[in-house]
Design a protein around this ligand. Sequence first.
Ligand code: DX5
Ligand code: ZN
Length: 218
Amino acid sequence: MVMISPSLLAANFAILGDEVRSITAAGADLLHLDIMDGHFVPNLTFGVPVVKALRPVTKLPFDVHLMVENPDLYVEPLAAAGAEMITVHVEAALHLHRTLQAIKGFGLKAGVALNPATPLCTLEHVLSELDLILLMSVNPGFGGQEFIPGTVVKVASLRKLLQAAGVAPAIAVDGGMNRKTAPRVIAAGADIIVAGSAVFGAPDVKEAITALRGEHCR
Ligand code: DX5
Ligand code: ZN
């Protein structure tokens, strides 16, 4: 079944602990944590201390999406803070293979994120290292943006490419996911849906998560 990873970026930052408890109770599978440094993307969010502070609040695996200029700086501190998965951008990691090795060296799952304009061929030489491939379906930096429709074809191409290569990292899609767009990328082969505003902005968080999976709970 497809997994839902609510993005904390859309939560109420004044009550982060309560927000995390809420999506845990509502049946989320992972917690997506968007770390931005104001350099790789034109926005700042939060850093390792927030990840650490939230660790005792939930048992959900922490799916950290690093949108920073130098991801290597954060691998060890994030491992110590309790992250389970770290995803770095192929556009930011100067020595991508080394960074992935470092993540796995701490016993964590390693992911690579691709911006909308970045082709799938950039993954060719690291495919066997990956637990997760995150396709951005908006330009990274902000929540609440509109889904880029070309992502559907990109997901389908990635699914084919992985089959041909005989590897099986999870495919995640991040940005503009809602109850209309999520079923389209799921049908194309996505395993994980990352959603911020569609979850935290919903009046009924449990219903929102169920709807993103393409199921109906009532
Ligand atoms: C954007 C982040 C996303 C963001 C998604 O750079 O990577 O995780 O929170 O937000 P929505 O679901 O509102 O598009
Ligand atoms: Zn993200």
